[in-house]
Design a protein around this ligand. Sequence first.
Ligand code: CP
Ligand code: NVA
Length: 315
Amino acid sequence: KGEGKVKGKDLISIKDLAREEIEEILDRTGEIKKAHRKGNKPLPLKGKFLALLFEKPSLRTRISFEMGMKQLGGDSLYLSPNEVQLSKREAVKDVAKVLSRYVDGIMARVFAHKTIVELAETADVPVINGLSDLLHPCQVLSDLYTILEKRGSLDNLKAAFIGDGNNVANSWIYAAAKLKINLIIATPEGYEPDKDILAEAGDNVKSIHDPEEAVKEAEVIYTDTWTSMGQEEETEKRERIFSPYQVNEDLLKKAEPDCLVMHCLPAHRGKEITDAVMDGPHSVVFDQAENRMHVQKAILALLIGSQGKVTKIQY
Ligand code: CP
Ligand code: NVA
């Protein structure tokens, strides 16, 4: 199915990042967030423009990229699904070529993963994957940053992903493989993560079917919607199949007493996560959402920043 190639300029998959590059993004995110809180306003994206190309809806991804660009001195342009109609009104590679003449970078949220790969291969400017059916790398980088912020380190982390083996789970597998995180994914049969991605991971990543087994000793319990964008017709069937995989207070009792509960959002309260857990003391879901913006800024500064490598940003 073809993973994206970094070519030194795109962010398509965590698979393409070296461990050091992940660490660099996380380090720079810390500096950027601290500077933001202090009211410092570095402008490494002054005069830079990012196109935001969406085939699917969004709250966090769109707003965090838009605000991230503005906060670092640049600007962005939102392109709705109906406007561009990728591969319907115009071929993906032609859209990539045309946008490259107008903007300094493209962030795209797509259905087929091959669309983001083709955009990256044919655009002359950096391309960032803002979610495909296969992967959601920017989300998982933000998740890693949030855990680092709360736990102080990612070393020897034990994480459990409960629910659907979807795009978020797949990107988590790549992150776990790169950072040696112990990751157990519990899904119903037939809803496991991508087989090829699992096969690439080491013994520290396991795919099982028992949620209680998965959360034993877990320091992070992660869940996501049971029905991803584009699967809406399967909603009822999925709700039946996934109901034993709800993250609720009973499940939490089986994990570490101070475990973090994470969700990329949007959440379906009362389905994959209960109100009590989402609004409870373990939940860090809104920190995750906030951190999307700071992680996005680190990624943008790295890929299109006027000062070159993100390490050179001065505060
Ligand atoms: N978590 C996330 O990507 O949210 P949006 O779909 O709202 O962008
Ligand atoms: N798995 C979800 C993530 C939403 C941010 C989806 O693809 O819809």
